[in-house]
Design a binder for this molecule. Structure first.
Ligand code: NAI
Ligand code: UGA
Length: 441
């Protein structure tokens, strides 16, 4: 059944959701306040790098199922099913999430809702937000109690956003148990195709759905910091964390995924989400429950410091050294540099007096905008020209394919530090290079 849907916020999450909902056959209107972003999307261009998204976007624009606008009036007129996917960044100088964009959507949209409507929140928010937004939306809307707010958290990974949206591991929906309404049946209609394919659909109260999302990201962050803590012990004892991860990962109760030790987690989600989770638990008087997340954060940030130390050791002093940085995105298959461990390390090394040259296959434009004073090169080889040390900080396949012979002639010293443990140490050592990984001999 075709349904009309509006999606507020057309960033990494919203643009993907809008395009994929159209792919499921719905008529979709994407709404944003960023005119430049809207112009690109309307022209069938994805404003960020996300494999496979452009095809879905173009196909659905051409089919007439997908449009974009800056007009809330148009959106309220067009649909009575609304998805909210605006950003929830970390507040400046605090751990808590900044909810000003989420609040702005409700403040602008709700007064325009004149009949029954469901607003599905997809943004990652502190527990209690959905209930508060529901009260506010009903206060502001002429339709009053006919407006429902439900929460439908999103679990997609950048780089796999289309696949994760169209083939999710599960769908989660939080509904207001005190005001039974249409949200569950509307969600079943919207996601009918996925439900027919047997995707698990879990319906809960609002608070549980919000906490499912916060807990999932906290667990993933904890798993990464666990293996990075073990990497510190491996480094101290001469053991190899990559072999160890394979060995413990064979235990199905543990699992190998998210046990890649290295420079740790970054991006627009895991770091700010664990901090927001701690802040919210504190507000609720349950701060002791999540103190371990502070250590998860500390272990993660220590990886970046360790990487800078290793670069300094390799060069003797960073003052006047030439450092090649391969990778700027927070992970491969993305151009996202929000809280990127790679750029954080590059910035710290530059502050200590080195000339830093960064290359990334997709994130150059975003990197330049965020760190304009770093040096940038158009190819990996150019970045390595005259380098005293080469740092691999994002595990792009392009870097994994590099051969020592490619770099022999361009570097000043044959020293490579593999911040993602993604290269074969033996291959580089056999070619006369000094190879260092994080947590492996
Ligand atoms: N990026 C990801 O992979 C995932 C993100 N999330 C969550 O989704 C939310 C959005 O994240 P991203 O898409 O990464 O952020 P983003 O920053 O890429 O996109 C947010 C968009 O909202 C727009 N916006 C701001 N105020 C608006 C308003 N009043 N009306 C309409 N649009 C407005 C911005 O212009 C921007 O295009 C966050 O809560 C995040 O934690 C959840 C799962 C995955
Ligand atoms: O809430 C979100 O926004 C999303 O956050 C993460 O997705 P994403 O940030 O796209 O990236 P991940 O693949 O989770 O990687 C996050 C960071 O962890 C690092 N990582 C990942 C895995 C690993 O084994 N080791 C490791 O250091 C990556 O390099 C990257 O910097 C979650 O995986 C998604 O499920 C979630 O929806």
């Amino acid at each position: 059944m075709t349904t009309r849907i509006a999606v507020f916020g057309t960033g990494y999450l919203g643009a993907t959701h809008a395009a994929c909902m159209a792919e499921l056959g719905h008529e979709v209107l994407g709404v944003d306040v960023d005119a430049a972003k809207l112009a690109k999307l309307e022209a069938g261009e994805v404003p960020f790098y996300e494999p496979g998204l452009e095809e879905v976007l173009r196909r659905n624009i051409a089919a007439g199922r997908l449009r974009f606008t800056s007009s809330y009036e148009e959106a309220a007129e067009f649909a009575d099913i609304h998805f909210l996917g605006v950003g929830t960044p970390q507040k400046k100088g605090e751990f808590a999430a900044d909810l000003k964009f989420v609040d702005a959507v409700i403040e602008t949209l709700a007064p325009l809702l004149t009949g029954p409507a469901v607003i599905f929140g997809k943004s990652t928010v502190p527990v209690g937000t959905a209930e508060r937004l529901g009260v506010r939306a009903r206060e502001l809307s002429p339709a009053g109690d006919a407006v429902e707010v439900a929460w439908n958290p999103e679990f997609l990974r950048e780089g796999f956003a289309v696949q994760d949206t169209l083939h999710p591991d599960r769908l989660v929906l939080g509904v207001d148990r005190d005001r039974p309404g249409q949200a569950e049946s509307v969600a079943r209609e919207v996601y009918a195709q996925l439900l027919d394919e047997g995707i698990p659909f879990l319906v809960s109260d609002l608070a549980t759905a919000e906490l499912v999302k916060a807990s999932a990201n906290a667990f993933l962050a904890t798993k990464i910091s666990f293996i990075n803590a073990i990497a510190e012990v491996c480094e101290a004892s001469g053991a190899d964390v990559t072999v160890l991860a394979d060995a413990i990962g064979h235990d199905a109760r543990i699992g190998r995924r998210f046990l890649n030790a290295g420079l740790g987690f970054g991006g627009g989600c895991l770091p700010k989400d664990i901090r927001a989770f701690m802040a919210r638990a504190g507000e609720l008087g349950a701060d002791q429950a999540l103190t371990f997340l502070r250590e998860v954060d500390n272990i993660n940030m220590r990886r970046r410091t360790r990487m800078v130390e290793l670069a300094r050791e390799a060069c003797g002093s960073l003052l006047g050294a030439r450092v090649a940085v391969l990778g700027a995105a927070f992970k491969p298959d993305s151009d996202d540099v929000r809280d990127s461990p790679a750029l954080n390390v590059a910035g710290q090394i530059q502050l200590q007096g080195a000339a830093v040259n960064v290359y990334d296959p997709k994130a150059m434009e975003n990197s330049r905008a965020l760190f304009p004073t770093l040096g940038y090169s158009d190819t990996a080889l150019d970045a390595c020209e005259g380098a005293d040390v080469v740092l691999v900080l994002t595990e792009w396949p392009e870097f994994q394919k590099l051969q020592p012979a490619d770099l022999d002639a361009v570097v000043r010293k044959k020293v490579l530090i593999d911040g993602r443990n993604c290269l074969d140490p033996q291959q580089w050592r056999d070619a006369g290079w000094t190879y260092r990984g994080l947590g492996r001999p």
